[in-house]
Ligand binder design. Sequence first.
Ligand SMILES: Cc1cc2nc3c(=O)[nH]c(=O)nc-3n(C[C@H](O)[C@H](O)[C@H](O)COP(=O)(O)OP(=O)(O)OC[C@H]3O[C@@H](n4cnc5c(N)ncnc54)[C@H](O)[C@@H]3O)c2cc1C
Length: 455
Amino acid sequence: MSSPSIFWFRRDLRLADNPALLAAIDDGDGVIPLFILDEGVASRAGANRNANMVNSLKSLNKSLGGNLHVISGDVVPTLKSVMKFYGATSIHCSKEYAPYGVKAESDCAETGIELQILGSGYAVAPGRVRKDDGTAYKVYTPFYRGWLAHGWRAPVSAPKNPTWISPQGEMKSLSKIPDWKSEIELGATGEEPALEKFKKFLKSGAEGYSENRNTPGIEGTSKLSPHLRWGEIHPRTLLAKLGDSKGHEVFRKEIAWREFYADVLHHNPHTSREYYDAKYTKMRYDKPDAKFKAWCEGKTGYPFVDAAMRQLLREGWMHNRTRMVVASFLVKDLHLEWQHGERFFAHHLVDFDVASNAHGWQWTAGCGTDASPYYRVFNPVEQGKKFDTEGRYIKKYVAELSHLDADSIHEPWESLDGYSHGYPERIVDHAKERLESLARLEEIKASKPLPPERK
Ligand SMILES: Cc1cc2nc3c(=O)[nH]c(=O)nc-3n(C[C@H](O)[C@H](O)[C@H](O)COP(=O)(O)OP(=O)(O)OC[C@H]3O[C@@H](n4cnc5c(N)ncnc54)[C@H](O)[C@@H]3O)c2cc1C
């Protein structure tokens, strides 16, 4: 009799469009669906991400008929003990590219565990798209062209009538999905809600995406990031449904940003924590103090920044436009190193992704892959006026300003009753700090010229 195979779910918590899962089914007499819960990682992640993960595991377990094995422990001993217990001869999984996943794979190889690896969480696996001379791309736009030219496979279907092996004996007593909760209300998790959300976005959001994606006060984006984070939906599934309209094209480009950053991190693994452009390590930075605390709490006195930080605290998610604005504020108005903000985001975001977060931060800080010839400094007031013209976003999250109209909400200091409901005063003067930031840039003689004031 042939033996069962193990399918090790990692960041691919779905059944459809999962080629590695199909390979596991083909390979064994029944499949043991396994998720290894590393409590060390969980202890470093924030409550939102942990709660989102366990909700996602619960959804997956449901689609597996309650047969998911969720075992806490280190990867190598857990895989060994599950293999031994069931007499399994193969372990299948998809490849990971973030440092934690890479290390887990090399630990397996070093201890004699042979993984059957197929596919990844990307349409084109990091490392595949290269310049003609074989080197990696450092700039997004040429990467995007190379990525399009490379192309990707069509999605594969969900398995038909697979045999899942339920947790038995000792494994049954070990298997447990923790009941982790967070204080905020989280969105629906799982493959079905992810597909539903995408269907709805295709029907009513995708066509207008290129115009609406920068307006945080409306539902102008897909909000698929938490689902992509846990692989409840694969980017291939999204790409397969996109056509040639402007909205679809811009959406495809955003998916490509995710793939670009994964590629950059793959070639530069140290950049999850360290500067991509090393000369910025020499810049003069301040130490986090009461101003950092005000930034974290959404009390900087800059309405657009505060609305965004409060959105993060309330929802565990933030709009892309405002992620850039608050990141710029932290680095260029408060003169803090980007890693302070990156860690705060990592703690609170339900969609936290090592590559997109570290490189979203580094791009905004100026030490990343931004190809602009200028050193960008976002103006937090002008950004608000431009992208939240009616002040809807600010009103939603900053109750102390909800009495102000669209003309005055971005600059409460200009209104007689701007501070009448307890809104804090500005912790810094943006015009002054912008000059300070540019002066510090001069000190490290960065190659980028100083820009005119940006909006
Ligand atoms: C400072 C900073 C930190 C960020 N941290 C993260 C993070 O931890 N996790 C994360 O998934 N994204 C991160 N992003 C990227 C982006 O803000 C989010 O992916 C996006 O806001 C998610 O919302 P959505 O799903 O509605 O996006 P949509 O606009 O609907 O885009 C669809 C998908 O494309 C991808 N995408 C879109 N924009 C970007 C981008 N700029 N960079 C990379 N991928 C993108 C995401 O997977 C997203 O779900 C960060 C951006 C910045 C500036």
